[in-house]
Design a protein around this ligand. Sequence first.
Ligand SMILES: Nc1nc2c(ncn2[C@@H]2O[C@H](COP(=O)(O)OP(=O)(O)OP(=O)(O)O)[C@@H](O)[C@H]2O)c(=O)[nH]1
Ligand SMILES: [Mg+2]
Length: 471
Amino acid sequence: MPAHPLDGTTICALSTPPGRGGVAVVRISGPSAWSVVDGLCNGRLSDCQPGRAALRTLYDGALPLDEALLLPFRGPRSFTGEDIVECHIHGSPYIAQRLMECLVDAGCRPALPGEFTQRAFLHGKRDLAQAEAIGDLIDADHAGAHRLALQQLGGGFSDEINAFRQALIEYTALMELELDFGEEDVEFADRDGYRSHVTGLLERIAQLLDGFTTGRAIAEGVPVAILGAPNRGKSTLLNALLREDRAIVSDTPGTTRDTLEETLTLEGIRFRFIDTAGLRETADDIEAEGIRRAWSKAAGARFILYLLDARDLTNADDRLRAEKEVQEAAERLHEAAAERGEPTGAMIVLINKTDLTPAPEKWCPPAAEEALAISAEERLGLNALEVRLGRDYRSALAEDRILVTNLRHREALQRTREALQRALDGLNAGLSGDLLAVDHREALEQLGRITGAVTPDDLLDHIFGNFCIGK
Ligand SMILES: Nc1nc2c(ncn2[C@@H]2O[C@H](COP(=O)(O)OP(=O)(O)OP(=O)(O)O)[C@@H](O)[C@H]2O)c(=O)[nH]1
Ligand SMILES: [Mg+2]
């Protein structure tokens, strides 16, 4: 059972990664942060100004431990809202370890994962969505994820959720007021205004939920499956995109047996390219399993690069056959994605091996945009493909749109939508205000969970438990 975060204790942690480095930072937060550090530097912290760094010698008993740059803050004007001292010490694992031991001997407690941010939340310095964004920011290892985390940290999403809640609170209060005047049959809450307001909310929630697939893909890497019959050049394409010989290429059909994933960042958007086994009828169990995996990966992908061989498109009959093949694949993917309750990825048809035969001009197979002509072997046409892949994602980021990336937020939004839909149906069926208020309260609770206005303890433990120690 984790200690209660606001139990009056002073916590300490190494906030930089363990190991050797130029500088390490040990952070201390809580009511005795200043006095404990004061004790370690012979009383020379008390003359420091909050927010001003000071160079001091830290002592381990009677012996000097390190020359440290101390950065003290006074609550509530600090990250956690409490008194804080940051000790910037030399990046030696020994010094960091000894300093932590001295702090614990002086009465501090080693911090739990995410406990500093949790305290910041509990002291109202950040709401829950912003606190989670700090975790996302630390985890961001490419430009897209970094951008999304910063947007959420900026608070635009929280502001919007708070505005939703505020409006609902007002309507709920008015409807509850009607109850007090039960017999007099008065309506304080204007029903038409209410109806259009809730409809507007539902539309906005639908937009936010639509953005989830995009946001999630940007945060985790946009999955792109490379699909098609054996020998079309799928593995060659993967290697060409990655600019390295990652997958085995050979002219033996059925070379790739299992799916193979590699990430690549193109102009700030991370993609996960998935090479798959060639699609064909087979009696070989292992190959059949590979093909099953290929379909499954493709069903979960945001893009499906469907490869054709330019030599199979030289006459009208062949093109018709290829159209049928593409159409069947698109239908199969659509069904598989629907089964998962996810939108189908966009199919991009690639005509490969155009170094051997020119591709037909402006060929638009069904269920896809105009096919792109490439040669994976000669690395031709790949730029156009990369531009096409990045297009939607780059514009989604550029628009500064709020993109929901957190599963927890999505779930809360879904439940809010259900509750509001019930309220709206109830209104149309002539239900009284007190009954509508039940659904309102559910919507309010769900929205409140996003920003932390409503926070069951186990939820907090779960969220902050996923942070690293020292944050
Ligand atoms: N001339 C030419 N040959 C290519 C091109 N792309 C692939 N090849 C050749 O086509 C053969 C098959 O390539 P792979 O990349 O192994 O094909 P695959 O689609 O991965 O095949 P499976 O793994 O068996 O499904 C190899 O001999 C490649 O060198 C291309 O653009 N031009
Ligand atoms: Mg292959």
